[in-house]
Design a binder for this molecule. Structure first.
Ligand SMILES: [Zn+2]
Length: 315
Protein backbone atom coordinates (compact mmCIF):
# COMPACT_ATOMS: atom_id res chain seq x y z
CA UNK A 1 0.00 0.00 0.00
CA UNK A 2 1.43 3.38 -0.93
CA UNK A 3 1.77 5.99 1.72
CA UNK A 4 -0.83 8.13 -0.04
CA UNK A 5 -3.33 5.31 -0.20
CA UNK A 6 -2.75 4.42 3.45
CA UNK A 7 -3.31 8.04 4.44
CA UNK A 8 -6.49 8.19 2.35
CA UNK A 9 -7.82 4.96 3.93
CA UNK A 10 -7.06 6.26 7.42
CA UNK A 11 -8.71 9.59 6.63
CA UNK A 12 -11.80 7.84 5.28
CA UNK A 13 -11.93 5.64 8.36
CA UNK A 14 -11.68 8.68 10.63
CA UNK A 15 -14.43 10.43 8.70
CA UNK A 16 -16.71 7.38 8.90
CA UNK A 17 -16.06 7.13 12.64
CA UNK A 18 -16.75 10.78 13.29
CA UNK A 19 -19.92 10.68 11.18
CA UNK A 20 -21.08 7.63 13.10
CA UNK A 21 -20.41 9.49 16.34
CA UNK A 22 -22.39 12.49 15.11
CA UNK A 23 -25.29 10.24 14.13
CA UNK A 24 -25.25 8.47 17.51
CA UNK A 25 -25.16 11.80 19.34
CA UNK A 26 -27.96 13.27 17.24
CA UNK A 27 -30.04 10.14 17.62
CA UNK A 28 -29.36 10.06 21.35
CA UNK A 29 -30.24 13.69 21.91
CA UNK A 30 -33.58 13.53 20.16
CA UNK A 31 -34.65 10.00 21.10
CA UNK A 32 -33.53 9.57 24.72
CA UNK A 33 -36.53 10.36 26.91
CA UNK A 34 -36.05 12.44 30.03
CA UNK A 35 -35.72 10.13 33.03
CA UNK A 36 -38.20 11.23 35.69
CA UNK A 37 -38.62 9.60 39.08
CA UNK A 38 -41.65 10.52 41.16
CA UNK A 39 -42.04 9.64 44.82
CA UNK A 40 -45.75 8.71 44.48
CA UNK A 41 -47.73 6.98 41.75
CA UNK A 42 -50.09 9.97 41.50
CA UNK A 43 -47.20 12.35 40.78
CA UNK A 44 -45.85 9.87 38.20
CA UNK A 45 -49.28 9.76 36.54
CA UNK A 46 -49.37 13.57 36.29
CA UNK A 47 -45.89 13.52 34.74
CA UNK A 48 -47.13 10.92 32.24
CA UNK A 49 -50.20 13.03 31.42
CA UNK A 50 -47.96 15.98 30.51
CA UNK A 51 -44.80 14.22 29.30
CA UNK A 52 -46.30 11.46 27.16
CA UNK A 53 -43.71 9.44 25.27
CA UNK A 54 -41.05 12.12 25.69
CA UNK A 55 -40.48 11.10 29.31
CA UNK A 56 -39.64 7.82 30.98
CA UNK A 57 -41.31 8.00 34.38
CA UNK A 58 -41.32 5.67 37.36
CA UNK A 59 -42.25 6.03 41.02
CA UNK A 60 -40.79 4.85 44.30
CA UNK A 61 -43.67 4.36 46.79
CA UNK A 62 -45.96 1.44 45.87
CA UNK A 63 -49.51 2.84 46.14
CA UNK A 64 -50.65 0.02 48.43
CA UNK A 65 -48.31 1.15 51.23
CA UNK A 66 -48.34 4.11 53.59
CA UNK A 67 -46.49 6.80 51.59
CA UNK A 68 -45.03 8.37 54.75
CA UNK A 69 -43.06 5.31 55.76
CA UNK A 70 -42.02 3.08 52.89
CA UNK A 71 -38.61 1.39 52.80
CA UNK A 72 -36.96 2.12 49.45
CA UNK A 73 -35.26 -0.85 47.76
CA UNK A 74 -31.79 -0.79 46.17
CA UNK A 75 -33.51 -0.63 42.76
CA UNK A 76 -35.27 2.59 43.88
CA UNK A 77 -31.92 4.11 44.88
CA UNK A 78 -30.60 3.21 41.43
CA UNK A 79 -33.58 4.90 39.75
CA UNK A 80 -32.93 8.13 41.70
CA UNK A 81 -29.22 7.86 40.88
CA UNK A 82 -29.98 7.88 37.14
CA UNK A 83 -32.83 10.42 37.25
CA UNK A 84 -32.79 13.70 35.33
CA UNK A 85 -35.73 14.94 37.40
CA UNK A 86 -37.12 13.97 40.82
CA UNK A 87 -40.74 14.97 41.46
CA UNK A 88 -41.78 14.83 45.11
CA UNK A 89 -44.41 16.06 47.54
CA UNK A 90 -42.23 18.27 49.73
CA UNK A 91 -42.93 19.05 53.41
CA UNK A 92 -42.52 15.91 55.52
CA UNK A 93 -44.61 13.72 53.23
CA UNK A 94 -41.87 11.24 52.36
CA UNK A 95 -39.96 10.47 55.55
CA UNK A 96 -37.64 8.42 53.31
CA UNK A 97 -36.84 11.18 50.79
CA UNK A 98 -33.66 12.44 52.51
CA UNK A 99 -32.18 8.95 52.99
CA UNK A 100 -32.86 7.88 49.38
CA UNK A 101 -31.28 11.12 48.07
CA UNK A 102 -28.23 10.52 50.26
CA UNK A 103 -27.94 6.92 49.11
CA UNK A 104 -28.33 7.82 45.42
CA UNK A 105 -25.85 10.72 45.57
CA UNK A 106 -27.16 12.25 42.32
CA UNK A 107 -26.43 15.99 42.51
CA UNK A 108 -28.80 16.72 39.56
CA UNK A 109 -31.81 16.09 41.81
CA UNK A 110 -30.54 17.59 45.07
CA UNK A 111 -32.75 20.26 46.70
CA UNK A 112 -32.64 23.53 44.79
CA UNK A 113 -31.22 21.96 41.60
CA UNK A 114 -33.04 22.14 38.23
CA UNK A 115 -33.65 18.38 38.54
CA UNK A 116 -35.69 18.72 41.74
CA UNK A 117 -39.39 19.57 41.67
CA UNK A 118 -41.24 20.05 44.97
CA UNK A 119 -44.94 19.96 44.08
CA UNK A 120 -46.03 21.57 47.37
CA UNK A 121 -44.75 24.95 46.12
CA UNK A 122 -47.64 27.03 44.91
CA UNK A 123 -50.24 24.99 46.81
CA UNK A 124 -52.40 26.73 49.43
CA UNK A 125 -51.51 24.46 52.35
CA UNK A 126 -53.94 23.60 55.11
CA UNK A 127 -53.23 23.03 58.81
CA UNK A 128 -49.93 24.92 58.99
CA UNK A 129 -49.10 24.84 62.72
CA UNK A 130 -49.21 28.15 64.60
CA UNK A 131 -45.99 27.28 66.36
CA UNK A 132 -43.11 24.96 65.48
CA UNK A 133 -43.77 21.32 66.42
CA UNK A 134 -41.19 18.70 67.26
CA UNK A 135 -40.92 15.16 66.02
CA UNK A 136 -40.44 13.88 69.59
CA UNK A 137 -43.65 11.85 69.60
CA UNK A 138 -43.07 10.49 66.10
CA UNK A 139 -45.29 13.24 64.79
CA UNK A 140 -45.68 13.91 61.11
CA UNK A 141 -47.43 16.76 59.25
CA UNK A 142 -45.13 19.22 60.99
CA UNK A 143 -45.22 21.81 58.20
CA UNK A 144 -48.90 21.68 57.35
CA UNK A 145 -50.96 18.86 55.90
CA UNK A 146 -48.96 17.26 53.06
CA UNK A 147 -51.82 15.33 51.35
CA UNK A 148 -52.78 18.18 49.00
CA UNK A 149 -52.84 16.14 45.76
CA UNK A 150 -56.23 14.66 46.71
CA UNK A 151 -57.96 17.92 45.72
CA UNK A 152 -58.44 17.94 41.91
CA UNK A 153 -58.17 21.75 41.93
CA UNK A 154 -54.59 21.27 43.08
CA UNK A 155 -53.93 18.97 40.11
CA UNK A 156 -54.10 22.10 37.92
CA UNK A 157 -51.25 23.68 39.90
CA UNK A 158 -49.20 20.48 39.98
CA UNK A 159 -49.67 19.81 36.25
CA UNK A 160 -48.62 23.38 35.41
CA UNK A 161 -45.49 23.08 37.59
CA UNK A 162 -44.60 19.75 35.97
CA UNK A 163 -45.12 21.19 32.48
CA UNK A 164 -42.92 24.21 33.20
CA UNK A 165 -40.14 22.01 34.52
CA UNK A 166 -40.31 19.50 31.65
CA UNK A 167 -40.16 22.40 29.17
CA UNK A 168 -37.00 23.75 30.84
CA UNK A 169 -35.38 20.31 30.87
CA UNK A 170 -36.34 19.39 27.28
CA UNK A 171 -37.11 22.55 25.24
CA UNK A 172 -37.41 20.56 22.00
CA UNK A 173 -40.62 19.01 23.31
CA UNK A 174 -42.08 22.19 24.77
CA UNK A 175 -44.93 22.52 22.20
CA UNK A 176 -45.97 18.91 22.85
CA UNK A 177 -45.82 19.34 26.65
CA UNK A 178 -47.92 22.53 26.45
CA UNK A 179 -50.50 20.82 24.21
CA UNK A 180 -50.78 17.88 26.59
CA UNK A 181 -51.11 20.25 29.56
CA UNK A 182 -53.98 22.08 27.85
CA UNK A 183 -55.72 18.78 27.10
CA UNK A 184 -55.34 17.66 30.72
CA UNK A 185 -56.65 20.97 32.09
CA UNK A 186 -59.60 20.90 29.68
CA UNK A 187 -60.54 17.40 30.83
CA UNK A 188 -60.24 18.52 34.48
CA UNK A 189 -62.54 21.45 33.69
CA UNK A 190 -65.16 19.01 32.43
CA UNK A 191 -64.78 16.52 35.30
CA UNK A 192 -64.54 18.85 38.30
CA UNK A 193 -68.19 20.02 38.19
CA UNK A 194 -69.30 16.41 37.68
CA UNK A 195 -67.36 15.24 40.76
CA UNK A 196 -68.66 18.10 42.88
CA UNK A 197 -72.24 17.50 41.74
CA UNK A 198 -72.09 13.83 42.73
CA UNK A 199 -71.29 14.72 46.35
CA UNK A 200 -73.45 17.88 46.43
CA UNK A 201 -76.45 16.16 48.13
CA UNK A 202 -74.18 15.46 51.12
CA UNK A 203 -72.47 18.85 51.31
CA UNK A 204 -71.72 19.94 54.87
CA UNK A 205 -71.91 16.42 56.28
CA UNK A 206 -69.16 15.15 58.54
CA UNK A 207 -67.20 11.92 58.18
CA UNK A 208 -64.28 10.56 60.18
CA UNK A 209 -61.09 9.13 58.70
CA UNK A 210 -58.36 6.79 59.87
CA UNK A 211 -55.49 9.15 59.03
CA UNK A 212 -55.64 12.91 58.52
CA UNK A 213 -55.09 12.68 54.77
CA UNK A 214 -58.38 14.05 53.37
CA UNK A 215 -58.67 17.75 54.30
CA UNK A 216 -58.01 18.89 50.72
CA UNK A 217 -60.42 16.37 49.21
CA UNK A 218 -63.01 17.25 51.88
CA UNK A 219 -62.61 20.91 51.01
CA UNK A 220 -63.16 20.05 47.33
CA UNK A 221 -66.41 18.12 47.88
CA UNK A 222 -67.67 20.20 50.82
CA UNK A 223 -67.49 17.60 53.59
CA UNK A 224 -66.08 17.98 57.10
CA UNK A 225 -63.36 15.63 58.44
CA UNK A 226 -62.25 16.68 61.90
CA UNK A 227 -61.65 13.47 63.84
CA UNK A 228 -59.39 10.55 63.04
CA UNK A 229 -58.86 7.02 64.28
CA UNK A 230 -55.22 7.89 64.75
CA UNK A 231 -55.09 10.09 67.89
CA UNK A 232 -52.18 11.90 66.18
CA UNK A 233 -50.96 11.51 62.58
CA UNK A 234 -48.91 8.32 62.41
CA UNK A 235 -49.97 7.02 65.87
CA UNK A 236 -52.25 3.90 65.73
CA UNK A 237 -55.73 4.01 67.33
CA UNK A 238 -55.94 3.35 71.10
CA UNK A 239 -58.94 1.80 72.96
CA UNK A 240 -59.46 5.07 74.81
CA UNK A 241 -59.54 7.09 71.61
CA UNK A 242 -61.97 4.61 70.02
CA UNK A 243 -64.33 5.08 72.99
CA UNK A 244 -64.21 8.81 72.43
CA UNK A 245 -64.93 8.31 68.72
CA UNK A 246 -67.87 5.99 69.41
CA UNK A 247 -69.50 8.79 71.39
CA UNK A 248 -68.53 11.35 68.78
CA UNK A 249 -70.00 9.42 65.82
CA UNK A 250 -73.18 8.54 67.70
CA UNK A 251 -73.84 12.07 68.93
CA UNK A 252 -73.33 13.57 65.50
CA UNK A 253 -74.95 10.83 63.44
CA UNK A 254 -71.81 10.38 61.36
CA UNK A 255 -72.38 7.87 58.56
CA UNK A 256 -69.00 7.10 57.05
CA UNK A 257 -65.53 6.13 58.24
CA UNK A 258 -62.79 6.54 55.64
CA UNK A 259 -60.28 3.71 55.81
CA UNK A 260 -56.96 3.54 53.92
CA UNK A 261 -56.33 0.34 51.92
CA UNK A 262 -52.97 -0.13 53.62
CA UNK A 263 -53.87 0.09 57.31
CA UNK A 264 -55.54 -2.61 59.44
CA UNK A 265 -59.31 -2.13 59.20
CA UNK A 266 -60.21 -3.79 62.52
CA UNK A 267 -60.61 -0.56 64.51
CA UNK A 268 -62.75 1.06 61.81
CA UNK A 269 -64.92 -2.06 61.64
CA UNK A 270 -65.44 -2.15 65.42
CA UNK A 271 -66.38 1.52 65.38
CA UNK A 272 -68.78 0.93 62.48
CA UNK A 273 -70.46 -1.98 64.27
CA UNK A 274 -70.93 0.07 67.41
CA UNK A 275 -72.30 3.15 65.65
CA UNK A 276 -74.01 1.93 62.45
CA UNK A 277 -71.59 3.89 60.26
CA UNK A 278 -70.18 2.44 57.01
CA UNK A 279 -66.48 1.82 56.44
CA UNK A 280 -65.40 3.11 53.03
CA UNK A 281 -61.98 2.48 51.55
CA UNK A 282 -60.72 5.47 49.58
CA UNK A 283 -57.50 5.34 47.57
CA UNK A 284 -55.00 8.01 48.34
CA UNK A 285 -53.08 7.35 45.16
CA UNK A 286 -53.50 6.34 41.55
CA UNK A 287 -53.30 2.57 41.12
CA UNK A 288 -53.95 1.80 44.79
CA UNK A 289 -57.24 0.00 44.02
CA UNK A 290 -58.20 -2.00 40.91
CA UNK A 291 -59.56 0.23 38.14
CA UNK A 292 -57.79 3.40 39.34
CA UNK A 293 -54.83 3.27 36.99
CA UNK A 294 -55.05 6.80 35.67
CA UNK A 295 -55.77 10.17 37.25
CA UNK A 296 -59.41 10.42 36.21
CA UNK A 297 -60.44 6.86 37.02
CA UNK A 298 -58.82 7.29 40.43
CA UNK A 299 -60.89 10.37 41.34
CA UNK A 300 -64.00 8.83 39.73
CA UNK A 301 -63.65 5.75 41.90
CA UNK A 302 -63.12 7.70 45.15
CA UNK A 303 -66.17 9.86 44.45
CA UNK A 304 -68.31 6.81 43.64
CA UNK A 305 -67.24 4.95 46.81
CA UNK A 306 -67.78 8.00 49.00
CA UNK A 307 -71.24 8.71 47.60
CA UNK A 308 -72.27 5.07 48.10
CA UNK A 309 -71.12 5.17 51.73
CA UNK A 310 -73.03 8.38 52.37
CA UNK A 311 -76.31 6.99 51.06
CA UNK A 312 -76.03 6.46 47.32
CA UNK A 313 -76.32 8.67 44.25
CA UNK A 314 -79.18 11.16 43.92
CA UNK A 315 -80.76 11.87 40.54
ZN1 LIG B 1 -50.20 11.98 56.51
Amino acid sequence: MTTHLAQAVRAAARLALSMAAVLVMAGGASAAPLRVVATLSTFAELVKQIGGDAVEVSYVAPPRFNPHFIEPRPSDVLKVKKADLLVHGGLDLEAWRGPILDAAGNPRVFPGQPGELDLSRGIALLEIPDQPLSRVMGDIHLYGNPHYWTNPENARIMAQAICDRLCEADPAHEPAFRRRLQAFLARLDRKIPEWRAAVAPYRGQEVVAYHNEWPYFAQFVGLKVEQFLEPKPGIPPTPRHLEFLEQYLTTRGIRAIIQPSYQPAASSQVLAQRTGATVVILAQNVGELPGTEDYFSWVDDNIRRLVEALGGPHD
